[in-house]
Design a protein around this ligand. Structure first.
Ligand code: SF4
Ligand SMILES: [Zn+2]
Length: 360
């Protein structure tokens, strides 16, 4: 069996979620989950990002009776008590102080472990207060938020645009894969390509950029299938008008279906060689106003994307360098004997049988 069917999958995720929600969540509402400054890739240059993860009520999809996505444990970062508007604004103000002395071009990335445009998580008044603060800061060139596609509409984007004016706004959407079956039967994402395309089209017409997050190696996919799936998903994303692609090599979060599979030896996070292969191919399509980002989360750990252990740190540094400068040549510097082991791992009859001819 390759995966659960829809209801089996979401029932299983829901059960795991319910057990873990009380176990892992803390109770704090007046400080963000995390915030930090980092050297980062802005749309067409290198700059500084302020990254803020606000503690909200959490992702409505993860809190629903569908249980959320099979690999996602961000809901456990959210507090048990739902923060009121005043607390949310306080959280943002606290984090914003961190960038007081930055003189560089600035991007502000606001994450919520859910959807920034979901007004149950971030009420309209909070969104407006946050954006007004950002708009009054001349250093800010970009604002990036994340949302599920159902919260994207003309009205909300034009309200955002009216406040931010000439600051570039980008909405990150967890497309994960361009394959509806993988997205809904293996990831339990709960939306189809047509919903994603509707959101991209509204954003494009509203002068708002889109970033698609692509999950490298969803559960139930073999390594080679996962490589092909990510390549196709990225090609598709650029084709339909996405500006940025963020590859997220899957990590094993606690309290998720992926962790449940991993505990039984039924899931291995992707090899870093797979990540490099995907980036090498997709970076050929890079043009102005497009960027490719690779998440470095968990790299080198047993529960994160890894190779043999000896080369992981070096490859992590190369991936960071690639993201910053968008120069694919740095990817060619990756070398290690474990590449042969990875090749063997990818050679699997089962995979070959299911691989479309184009990639054989
Ligand atoms: S991946 Fe996004 S949509 Fe899915 S459960 Fe996590 S926060 Fe919610
Ligand atoms: Zn190695």
């Amino acid at each position: 069996m390759l995966g659960y069917n829809d209801s089996e999958l979401s029932n299983k995720i829901f059960q795991i979620r319910q057990k873990s929600l009380n176990r892992y969540r803390g109770d704090f509402i007046r400080r963000p989950v995390k915030f930090w400054l980092e050297r980062d890739r802005l749309l067409n240059k290198v700059g500084t990002s302020l990254v803020v993860i606000l503690a909200t009520r959490g992702c409505s999809w993860a809190l629903s009776d569908k249980g959320g996505c099979s690999m996602c444990g961000y809901i456990y970062d959210t507090p048990i008590t739902v923060p009121d508007s005043e607390s949310l604004i306080k959280q943002f103000d606290l984090a914003y102080d961190a960038c007081r002395s930055v003189e560089d071009s600035l991007a502000v990335k606001i994450f919520t472990s859910g959807s920034f445009l979901d007004e149950l998580e971030i009420p309209k008044a909070v969104r407006e207060a946050i954006f007004k603060k950002i708009a009054s800061d001349e250093r800010v060139e970009e604002v990036i938020v994340e949302t599920r596609p159902q919260y994207v509409n003309y009205e909300i984007l034009s309200e955002c645009h009216d406040i931010l004016r000439d600051i570039y706004l980008e909405i990150g959407i967890g497309l994960e894969t361009s394959n509806d079956e993988i997205r809904n039967h293996y990831i339990n994402k709960g939306f189809n390509l047509n919903e994603f395309e509707r959101a991209v089209s509204i954003a494009n017409k509203s002068g708002v950029g889109v970033k698609s997050y692509i999950l490298i190696k969803p559960p139930f996919l073999r390594e080679r299938e996962a490589i092909i799936d990510s390549i196709w998903s990225a090609e598709y994303s650029f084709k339909i008008g996405v500006n940025s692609i963020s590859f997220n090599p899957c990590t094993v979060h606690r309290g998720t279906l992926v962790e449940y599979l991993w505990n039984q030896g039924k899931y291995r996070p992707p090899w870093l060689w797979s990540v490099i292969e995907i980036l090498k191919i997709i970076s050929k399509n890079l043009t102005k106003n497009k960027r490719l980002i690779c998440s470095l989360v968990g790299i080198g750990s047993e529960k994160g994307p890894h190779n043999c252990g000896k080369c992981d740190k070096r490859i992590k540094d190369l991936l960071a360098e690639f993201t910053l400068n968008q120069n694919p040549e740095v990817l060619l510097k990756a070398e290690c004997d474990c590449k042969n082991e990875w090749r063997d791992y990818c050679e699997d009859e089962f995979i070959w049988n299911r691989t479309p001819n184009k990639y054989k």
